[in-house]
Ligand binder design. Structure first.
Ligand SMILES: Nc1ncnc2c1ncn2[C@@H]1O[C@H](COP(=O)(O)OP(=O)(O)OP(=O)(O)O)[C@@H](O)[C@H]1O
Length: 244
């Protein structure tokens, strides 16, 4: 909880329809200080839509989404409050990694020297002057993560941050997220990589067809799943694997 008693990330009764179809249905969740929360669910379950509502990119039809107690759009310093990775494919192909990060730093009002720090941190310094269009998915993901970290935010909201990362990159990401949370930060990440979530998340929230079907600590989920997050997940999702 912060000084006002609000969790760093809180969604209460979020609801969203697209073209008359209810896609996020009464979703409530909270991420505490020092916690990593994994948001799980089949394709089309509503994970990205939920994250986008938390970041003020989609307006909920009902409910409330706040970061440190305030709607994202009302934050005084959004970039310094919450770092987000929503679409690593969204980098401009003609701009270099360094240019992307310099723009992110400028927008956030942080010195350009911080760009060099994060480039090293995500292992992209040697490729910083290549155009993003020539990057692999994992390299784009690293630049997107660097942009999320550039302003030293207190909260991270990450949509599938491990997609495309090699095993070394995944190991690094897990360690980085753990260190971020251990320093008091809060992380909400969506993922299909249950093994990774099992290793890094303190809490898990499972969405199916836009509804929260489970919300517990990872330890409770592991115990309920007979020792594995995959068993827990498969039981809840009933083998569901598709968009409808
Ligand atoms: N802007 C939009 N217009 C119409 N439908 C949308 C829009 N955004 C999302 N949807 C639909 O809402 C549902 C939930 O999508 P969302 O991207 O939130 O799911 P997800 O859980 O993140 O899925 P995935 O694991 O495949 O990334 C899907 O059926 C999707 O097609």
């Amino acid at each position: 909880m912060d000084t006002d008693g609000h969790p760093p990330v809180q969604a209460t009764g979020l609801r969203k329809s697209f073209r008359g179809r209810l896609r996020v249905d009464d979703v409530s969740l909270a991420v505490g200080h020092g916690r990593v929360t994994g948001l799980l669910g089949p394709n089309g379950a509503g994970k990205t839509t939920t994250l986008r509502m938390l970041l003020g990119l989609v307006s909920p039809d009902a409910g409330r989404a706040t970061v440190l107690g305030r709607p994202y759009r009302d934050l005084d310093h959004p970039a310094r409050t919450v770092g987000a990775v929503l679409d690593a494919g969204g980098l401009h192909p003609a701009r270099t990694g360094r240019q992307h990060l310099r723009m992110a730093a400028l927008r956030a009002g942080v010195p350009a020297a911080r760009v060099e720090e994060v480039l090293h941190e995500v292992g992209m310094a040697p490729d910083a002057d290549r155009r993003a269009g020539s990057y692999s998915l994992g390299m784009r993901q690293r630049v997107a993560l660097a942009a999320a970290l550039v302003a030293r935010p207190r909260v991270l909201v990450l949509d599938e941050p491990a997609t495309g990362l090699d095993p070394t990159g995944m190991h690094w990401l897990r360690g980085r997220l753990r260190a971020f949370a251990d320093a008091g930060g809060a992380v909400l990440l969506s993922s299909h990589l249950l093994g990774d979530v099992e290793h890094v998340a303190d809490d898990v929230v499972v969405l199916v067809d836009g509804r929260v079907v489970a919300s517990s600590t990872t330890d409770q989920a592991l115990a309920a799943g007979g020792g594995g997050l995959e068993d827990f997940y498969l039981r809840l999702t009933d083998g569901r694997a598709g968009v409808r």
